[in-house]
Design a protein around this ligand. Structure first.
Ligand code: ZN
Ligand code: ZN
Ligand code: ZN
Length: 317
């Protein structure tokens, strides 16, 4: 296992010939249910566990290949963890009560701090893949964490843009987007005292909503107690809206974008959550084709205003 540098796109690729060796689990076995393997029988609501088949490891071996000027390699040093959301195998994040979601949010913060402190961790990436349709093999509600030894490219691009905007205007780019979305008000899905959920003017996917805290904060750890409760409640709301609109347990990829943990200040960055759902309509998958994957340009077949309206009108309970 190692990291290989792509000199064309200037980004790291995680190469590992370990992960494909993952055993096929017996049909009725769940490694995240109480009592199985390292999961305690009782006394917990949320748990973090080491990922048994990590792409990044704190004890990553030195690469087998020699690095040269063009083809650079480095150890795949980092951490991969799993966050088990609840002892209940058949629940989903949308089903959990707000207190349970709040416990997940608190655990995200703990892991962000703990992993971010390690000198080789430059970025703590927290996310959830949900649904068999996007390739998730374990149904038990869980999310994941990748603690990277570098800042991943999408975050890097957001950091660069928000830094440039900050220098030019003295303002936060994300705060300005909130102002703009609130003024136009046609893409807002729901709001509470501390958070706004909307489909951005520049949405990439038909249901690719973003959630921003109204206050300028760089990471989940900077939220106040009330804001953490507000985040739990708006998360539950949007997930219920998805489930109700599609009349199914809605699959998605959800990612947290927070400031890096490389010790440098990022006053211009603003914590937020992004969703990447695979659907474009009920029973219709948004396939990423040549234009999206080969050119890096997204095509949006509807308007964000229309999709935001669908979600806004979908019941939230
Ligand atoms: Zn389970
Ligand atoms: Zn801001
Ligand atoms: Zn982002």
């Amino acid at each position: 296992m190692e990291l290989r540098w792509d000199p064309l796109l200037r980004e790291w690729i995680i190469v590992s010939d370990i992960r494909w060796r993952r055993p096929l689990l017996p049909k009725d076995f769940c490694p995240f249910c109480p009592g199985s393997e390292e999961v305690p029988e009782s006394g917990w609501t949320v748990l973090s566990l080491p990922n048994k088949f990590p792409s990044l490891r704190s004890d990553a071996p030195p690469p087998n290949i020699k690095s040269d000027k063009l083809y650079r390699v480095r150890p795949a040093k980092g951490v991969c963890e799993v966050i088990v959301y609840t002892p209940k195998h058949d629940a989903t994040l949308a089903d959990l009560d707000v207190e349970n979601i709040r416990a997940i949010i608190d655990l995200w913060a703990d892991r962000f701090e703990d992993l971010g402190k390690r000198d080789y961790v430059k970025y703590v990436f927290i996310f959830e893949n949900k649904g068999r349709i996007i390739g998730v093999t374990l149904d038990h509600p869980h999310g994941q964490i990748y603690a990277f030894p570098f800042i991943p490219p999408l975050i890097k691009r957001e950091l660069d843009s928000s830094k440039r905007y900050w220098k030019r205007t003295g303002k936060c780019l994300f705060c300005t987007i909130i102002e703009k979305e609130r003024a136009e008000a046609v893409r807002i899905v729901c709001e509470n005292e501390d958070f706004i959920c909307f489909l951005p003017f520049f949405a990439h996917l038909p249901y690719g909503v973003h959630i921003y805290p109204l206050r300028h904060v760089g990471a989940r750890t900077d939220l106040t107690d009330r804001e953490k409760d507000s985040l739990a409640s708006i998360l539950k709301k949007i997930l219920r809206k998805f489930d109700n609109l599609f009349n199914m347990s809605f699959p998605y990829r959800m990612v947290l974008h927070q400031r890096p943990t490389d010790g440098k200040p990022y006053p211009y960055y603003h914590f937020h959550i992004e969703f990447y759902p695979p659907y474009r309509e009920k029973d219709k998958i948004k396939h990423l084709g040549g234009v999206e994957t080969g050119a890096g340009t997204m095509t949006f077949d509807y308007t964000p205003e229309l999709k935001a309206k669908e979600l806004r009108e979908s019941p939230e309970t």
